[in-house]
Design a protein around this ligand. Structure first.
Ligand code: ZN
Ligand code: ZN
Length: 265
């Protein structure tokens, strides 16, 4: 694509995009790792979904592939900047152009669009011919840690990152709304790969909270592969009958677990 940006401007943008993506990963995954795998490791061990902790080799594998994807996110960001310069995107500059209500609505819309995009993209990546090329890297982590949040093959990296160009092409989007959406997505992604279930019993059955997914939900996807494909919400898994048959039961068991020393013998 032709661009009016100078080489220096493009280079500066690339550095900024790479730094922001990397910082986001290190802050979200790093703080979750520090809290759950170092500081509270023993205290919260009863909430551990898979009792064993992943080995160092697995953690480095997850970090290595996640860092590779920071480059993919950088390239995607640069493409959006160039497309924006050519007026191809629907991005807008002033929040007042569409108003504050639309600003907040757009963030919620992005989350719902992404949830559908992810579910079907994920089902696609589990097709027998696609899986070994595109999605196997992510499933290297059978017992994932927060570092696995962006541990994808580069092709999957482009598919995952593709939600942002899609959004800014189909709906008016303010850069800050996109940024908030990305932070939300990262936080939920880290929760999915946390390896600990911190929600309370009844969460998946409650009318108000039951439509959200849980850490147990995605952890079971890493264990059993052919179930629990959803991202933020449970709508699609419920509708398509792809929730693991023991999902709710496993969740309840995890959420109700008590620390060893408080158990009655
Ligand atoms: Zn995963
Ligand atoms: Zn998968």
């Amino acid at each position: 694509m032709v661009t009016h940006f100078t080489a220096t401007e493009l280079f500066e943008k690339a550095i900024r995009l790479f730094s922001i993506s990397t910082l986001r990963y290190l802050i979200f995954a790093g703080s979750a790792f520090l809290i759950f795998y170092v500081l509270m490791k023993e205290k919260w061990s009863h909430r551990r979904i898979q009792k064993k902790f992943p080995g160092k080799e697995n953690l480095w594998y997850e970090i290595k592939y996640s860092m590779l994807n920071m480059l993919i996110f950088m390239i995607t960001g640069l493409c959006i900047a160039i497309a924006n310069e050519h007026g191809i995107t629907k991005m807008y500059k002033n929040i007042s152009d569409y108003g504050t209500a639309y600003f907040f609505f757009s963030i919620i819309a992005m989350i719902f669009i992404h949830d559908t995009y992810f579910y079907w993209g994920h089902r696609f990546m589990h097709l027998r011919k696609i899986y070994p090329i595109v999605h196997k890297v992510h499933h290297h982590s059978i017992n994932p840690s927060p570092w696995a949040s962006f541990s994808f093959h580069p092709i999957e990296g482009f598919i995952e990152a593709g939600i942002v160009p899609l959004i800014v092409m189909i709906m008016p989007a303010h850069a800050l709304a996109v940024f908030i959406f990305i932070l939300f997505s990262t936080a939920l992604n880290v929760i999915g790969h946390l390896g600990f279930e911190m929600y309370s019993p009844g969460f998946t059955k409650n009318k108000l909270t039951g439509w959200n997914n849980t850490s147990t939900h995605h952890n079971m996807h890493h264990t059993f592969f052919d179930c629990n494909y959803g991202l933020y919400f449970n709508f699609w898994d419920k509708l398509m009958g792809t929730n693991h048959e023991k999902y709710h039961e496993t969740f309840e068991k995890m959420a109700a677990a008590k620390p060893e020393n408080t158990k009655a013998d």
